[in-house]
Write a protein that binds this ligand. Structure first.
Ligand SMILES: Cc1cc2nc3c(=O)[nH]c(=O)nc-3n(C[C@H](O)[C@H](O)[C@H](O)COP(=O)(O)OP(=O)(O)OC[C@H]3O[C@@H](n4cnc5c(N)ncnc54)[C@H](O)[C@@H]3O)c2cc1C
Length: 396
């Protein structure tokens, strides 16, 4: 549906959409293939986007951010997705809607001034390190440890899959702070810290990937990395609950960039179908293809309305746990289906490495895995609708 017909968007939102789109057309699309080859984007892109006011839309004006409502973020995230490069949309959504969300949610004034404000300006790049090789979806079993030593903590352990890791200036890191809380392990002894990326004892290695090529992904080792106590985000051992809350906006952001990605894929395919002629007519004249495209457009529209409704709940300061999981599940599963069917409509040309369709296909595949897999989303949705699984009364 066009913005103009939607109850969620005003003329000001539409003008902002043109601004973001114009920026991307001028400053991203002409260079993106080069960044895909280099495996990273230039720091100046964060600075440019910071100057435009894009990096702090969901943050407080006091720290240099702000926008009149969450639908500016909706527009921005959709447009990041419409650029058609998931590495680009991944890097920038991790920066503003994932790593910085933790500072917003629980960071002290000191941390907000030292890290959040310059990251909103684009002078600092943020990364988020939750995932570990042995934990993955089972966040509560992370093993990277921070032990108190006088006025500081010392961190030991490893993280993987850290988006923006190599480019980052700081890493919001989830660690275990054992022996200090009511519980000895699990959810009750996880804390969050801001770690400077150039701290002595940090080693990083690039992780090569199937897609998302313009975004750097790092494995990070921490060996006796010293972090001042004031770099702790929020209360000791309260990290897991901050993560669960912040993951909701992370999932909504992931869903919105995926929605933009679906739009980009459908548009690329619409143009291809209009241009490719076989058997005396263009492909968009074949009923078999027309009906499948009609299904994809309809499903995309249904998902879009769920996402906008979720964004509306979020704007009303509710934390729509159920709808965030549903949104992430629905649109990312659909994105895979759209990418698969659209590649089919491109025939062998879509399979060629330099065809944008093949990049979209590779890039899209990650969306049902990153930021909470589809299986985890289904578990959460089942828990919120059916309740906890009950024991079989017939079992001993
Ligand atoms: C390119 C890239 C960028 C990323 N960026 C970041 C980042 O910036 N920061 C960060 O912290 N992480 C990041 N991640 C990590 C990402 O969030 C994890 O990959 C994801 O959470 C899944 O964890 P895992 O890969 O260890 O899979 P696993 O947890 O090992 O899951 C393997 C399979 O088991 C299934 N499974 C797991 N538990 C259940 C269950 N209870 N019931 C049924 N099935 C289950 C999963 O759904 C999946 O299909 C990134 C990953 C990639 C590849």
């Amino acid at each position: 549906m066009e913005d103009a017909k939607s109850p969620y968007f005003t003329a000001a939102h539409r003008a902002f959409r043109q601004k973001v789109r114009g920026f991307i057309e001028k400053n991203v699309l002409p260079f993106a293939e080069g960044w895909e080859t280099e495996g990273r984007m230039p720091r100046r892109l964060w600075e440019e986007m910071g100057r435009e006011g894009f990096l702090g839309l969901n943050h407080d004006a006091e720290f240099g951010g702000g926008s009149p409502d969450f639908f500016y973020s909706v527009v921005y995230l959709e447009e990041l997705g419409r650029a058609g490069y998931a590495g680009f949309r991944g890097a920038f959504s991790v920066h503003s809607y994932m790593a910085l969300e933790y500072l917003k949610a629980a960071g002290s004034d000191f941390l907000k001034r030292k890290y959040l404000a310059p990251a909103i300006e684009g002078r600092m790049i943020a990364a988020l390190a939750l995932t570990e090789r042995e934990s993955g979806s089972d966040m509560a079993s992370i093993a990277t440890e921070a032990l108190a030593h006088g006025a500081e903590y010392r961190i030991n352990g490893s993280k993987i899959f850290v988006t923006n890791g190599l480019l980052s200036d700081f890493i919001v890191t989830a660690v275990r702070t054992p022996g200090t809380g009511p519980g000895k392990g699990g959810k009750s002894s996880i804390s969050l810290f801001v770690v400077d990326s150039d701290s002595p004892g940090i080693e990083m290695r690039e992780m090569r990937k199937m897609g998302w090529h313009c975004s750097d992904t790092a494995e990070i080792h921490f060996q006796d990395v010293r972090v001042p106590r004031e770099n702790r985000i929020g209360n000791l051992n309260a990290g897991f609950f901050t993560i669960m809350k912040s993951l909701q906006v992370e999932r909504l952001a992931a869903a919105l960039v995926s929605l933009g990605g679906v739009d980009a894929c459908l548009e690329l395919t619409r143009k291809h179908l209009a241009a490719r002629a076989l058997f005396g007519k263009t492909l968009d004249g074949f009923q078999a293809i027309r009906h499948r495209m009609a299904d994809l457009y309809s499903q995309a529209e249904a998902a879009r309305q769920l996402l906008y409704h979720t964004a509306w709940l979020y704007e009303r300061k509710e934390t729509p746990f159920l709808e965030c999981s549903m949104s992430k599940l629905r649109i990312t599963e659909l994105a895979n289906q759209v990418a698969d069917e659209c590649l089919q409509f491109h025939g062998g040309h879509g399979y060629l490495a330099d065809n944008p369709m093949s990049r979209i296909y590779r890039d899209t595949r990650l969306a049902t895995i990153v930021g909470g897999t589809s299986e985890v989303m289904r578990e959460l949705i089942a828990e919120m609708t059916l309740g906890q699984p009950r024991l079989n009364p017939a079992s001993p």
